[in-house]
Design a protein around this ligand. Structure first.
Ligand SMILES: NC(=O)c1ccc[n+]([C@@H]2O[C@H](COP(=O)([O-])OP(=O)(O)OC[C@H]3O[C@@H](n4cnc5c(N)ncnc54)[C@H](O)[C@@H]3O)[C@@H](O)[C@H]2O)c1
Length: 254
């Protein structure tokens, strides 16, 4: 399918690495203008080479995010939001702390929701249609004994995707989510280190193991996920809303 996003402005949160960076590249290849919002004070070498607009912000800082979304919208009306920034943490249930809960929910849920709200408000004010794509996870599909807060934060992403899809449908704005399985990104280095700690494994063992357990036989790569993000942002996806798509090599079934 030849997807053309020329003339479209896509905002990608957490676009400096991993899945977000692959989607930035996918949107650029499809002809979109791309703005990236991430934590570092300035764009890294990858983003600089790609020539995207860069804004430094923590998605959980709602006031700062509203100001950044104002700036993005002033540069060019926003057509697409790839709402991707998130963090991971884990601990045995009886040791799962309030501090970890607050960090995960502030970024993965509060940051995700109020970014969606700020961008949707711009689209509604302009009476324009739009595309919003949230990053859920296989973790949001079921619980895990060691990963309760993160799983709950991603279940919330799936729920907000459904509510926002219904609320924004009258405005012609679609809202969908992507639910990756295990994808080889910088996030998985910290995931592996935490499993090493709590399951008493050597570093790297869990990452190898999860790859072999995927029905399609390997961990995902960011480029396995990016094409769906491009499709969902396009006009071809205009009649799809409120859905969460697994891109996981069959993992959530296994
Ligand atoms: N890698 C996986 O196996 C996997 C699986 C399922 C879902 N996901 C989800 O996919 C998305 C991308 O994950 P990834 O693996 O590419 O992670 P990653 O850690 O490689 O990239 C995340 C990006 O988000 C940025 N970020 C983190 N906190 C932020 C904040 N408060 N404000 C702004 N930016 C922030 C980071 O700086 C980083 O550039 C996340 O929502 C993650 O939960 C990942």
């Amino acid at each position: 399918m030849n997807i053309d996003l020329s003339g479209q402005h896509a905002v990608v949160t957490g676009g400096a690495s991993g899945l977000g960076l692959a989607v930035v590249e996918g949107y650029l290849r499809a002809g979109a203008k791309v703005s990236v919002i991430d934590l570092a004070p300035s764009a890294n070498a990858d983003l600089t080479a790609l020539g995207v607009e860069y804004y430094s912000a923590d998605v959980s800082d709602t006031a700062r995010m509203r100001a950044v979304i104002d700036q993005c919208e002033a540069a060019a009306p926003i057509d697409i939001l790839y709402n991707n920034a998130a963090i991971f943490d884990m601990a045995p249930l009886l040791e799962s702390s309030e501090e970890s809960f607050d960090r995960l929910f502030n970024i993965n849920v509060r940051g995700m929701f109020f970014t969606l709200q700020a961008v949707a408000q711009k689209m509604v004010d302009r009476n324009a249609s739009g595309r919003i794509i949230n990053l859920a996870s296989q973790a949001g599909r079921r619980g895990e004994a060691l990963v309760s807060h993160y799983c709950a934060s991603k279940a919330a992403v799936i729920s907000y995707t459904q509510s926002a899809a219904l609320a924004l449908a009258p405005h012609g704005i679609t809202v969908n989510a992507i639910s990756p399985g295990v994808v080889d990104t910088p996030m998985w280095d910290s995931v592996d280190a935490l499993f090493a700690k709590y399951e008493n494994r050597p570093l790297g063992e869990k990452k190898t193991l999860v790859g072999t357990e995927v029905p399609l036989g390997r961990m995902g790569k960011p480029d396995d996920v990016a094409p769906l993000a491009v499709f969902l942002a396009s006009d071809q996806a205009r009649y799809i809303t409120g859905q969460t798509y697994n891109v996981d090599g069959g993992n959530v079934l296994s």
